[in-house]
Design a protein. Structure first.
Length: 190
C-alpha cells in the first residue's frame, strides 16, 4: 500500500499554511517587499517550497490578503443592497481606505498582477474591482458620482491615500473625505 501520495498532500497543505502564517507576520513587519527568504525561513521550509506554492510575490500577497479582500467585497454587496447609492459608495470607500491604510502590504496586493499569473476574478484586485463596479454603477445611475469616475479610479484613490498615510487610518479617512469632493457629482459635493 502506497501512502506517499496522501501524506505528501497533507504535508503540502501544512507547508502552505505555515508559509501563509509566516508571510503574514513578516509582511506586517517589513511590508510588501519583505524578503521571500525570510518568509521561507520563518515557515521552516526552503525557498523552492515557497516558490512551488507561490510562483510570484504577487501570488503570495494575493493569498495573504485574500480573506480580508473577500470580506470587503461582501461588504460592498451588503451596502449596495441596504444603503442609498451615495452612502454605499462613501461608506465602502471609507472602510476600504481604513483597511488598506492599517494593513501593511495590502496596497501592493491590490494592484493588478502585471504577469497575469493570477486569474483576474480570483485576485484581490479583481475582487475589489468587481465590488467597486456595482457601487459605481448604482451611484452613477443615481447621479451621485461624476460621469467619468470608474471603479479603477476609486481603487486607485483608496490605494494612493493608503500609501500616503500608511498606519494612520484617521489621516487616510480625512484625506478620503477631502477627495470625495472630486468624485461626487457637483451637487453631491456641495
Amino acid at each position: 500500500m502506497n501512502t506517499a501520495g496522501p501524506a505528501r498532500r497533507a504535508d503540502s497543505r501544512r507547508n502552505r499554511a505555515r508559509l501563509l502564517e509566516a508571510a503574514e507576520a513578516v509582511i506586517e513587519q517589513d511590508g510588501a517587499q519583505a524578503s521571500l527568504e525570510a518568509i521561507a525561513r520563518r515557515a521552516g521550509v526552503g525557498s523552492a517550497t515557497l516558490h512551488r506554492h507561490f510562483p510570484s510575490r504577487q501570488a503570495l500577497l494575493n493569498a495573504v490578503f485574500h480573506e480580508g479582500v473577500e470580506r470587503l467585497s461582501r461588504r460592498a454587496q451588503e451596502l449596495a443592497d441596504t444603503h442609498s447609492p451615495r452612502d454605499a459608495v462613501t461608506t465602502w470607500l471609507d472602510e476600504l481606505t481604513t483597511y488598506t491604510s492599517t494593513t501593511r502590504g495590502v496596497t501592493t496586493a491590490l494592484m493588478a498582477d502585471p504577469e497575469g499569473g493570477i486569474a483576474v476574478e480570483d485576485s484581490c484586485h479583481g475582487l475589489l474591482h468587481s465590488a467597486a463596479a456595482r457601487l459605481v454603477a448604482d451611484a452613477a445611475e443615481a447621479g451621485v458620482l461624476r460621469d467619468e469616475v470608474t471603479p479603477l479610479d476609486l481603487l486607485t484613490l483608496a490605494n494612493a491615500l493608503s500609501l500616503a498615510s500608511e498606519g494612520d487610518a484617521e489621516t487616510a479617512r480625512r484625506l478620503l473625505h477631502l477627495a470625495l469632493g472630486g468624485v461626487l457629482s457637483r451637487t453631491e459635493a456641495d
